[in-house]
Design a protein around this ligand. Structure first.
Ligand SMILES: [Zn+2]
Length: 126
C-alpha cells in the first residue's frame, strides 16, 4: 500500500511473490506511455524478476498495480495486457489492483483466472 500511496501521480506495478513462507513485493518500473491511467511492466525488468523467481525458488502470487482513481476493477486495457489469445500471459498469477482515492489506497481487489475470465473478490476496503 505504501508503494502505491507514495506514487499518487503514476500507477505503480510489480510482482507479489512468496518465498520460504514469506510474501514480498518486487516493484517493476511502469513504462506505459500514459502512466496516470495505465501500467506496463518494464519488459527487461520483468524478465529479470522471472529469472530471479526461478533462481530463488520463489512463487509468483500476483501481478499488482495501482489505480489513481476509479476503483480496483480491471480495465479493458488491463485485461488486454494480462491475456494473450484469451489465456493469461502469466498462468497461475492473480491480478491484484490497489485502488486509490485522493492519494490513499481505499480498495484492494484480487482478480483470479477462472478458466474463461477473471473473477474478482474485494480483498480489502477502507
Ligand atoms: Zn489497471
Amino acid at each position: 500500500m505504501g508503494l502505491a500511496e507514495g506514487s499518487p501521480g503514476e500507477e505503480v506495478c510489480g510482482l507479489l511473490v512468496r518465498a520460504g513462507g514469506v510474501m514480498d513485493c518486487w516493484p517493476v518500473r511502469n513504462v506505459a506511455a500514459a502512466p496516470t491511467t495505465a501500467f506496463e511492466l518494464a519488459p527487461l525488468e520483468l524478465l529479470a524478476a522471472l529469472r530471479r523467481l526461478d533462481l530463488e525458488g520463489a512463487e509468483l502470487v500476483a501481478v499488482y498495480h495501482s489505480h489513481l482513481a476509479g476503483g480496483a476493477e480491471l480495465s479493458p486495457r488491463d485485461l488486454a495486457g494480462a491475456l494473450v489469445d484469451g489465456a493469461p500471459v502469466l498462468p497461475g498469477a492473480a491480478q491484484l489492483v490497489l485502488g486509490l482515492e485522493g492519494g490513499r489506497v481505499t480498495q484492494v481487489r484480487v482478480h483470479r483466472w477462472t478458466g474463461s475470465g477473471f473473477g474478482s473478490i474485494e480483498a480489502w476496503s477502507r
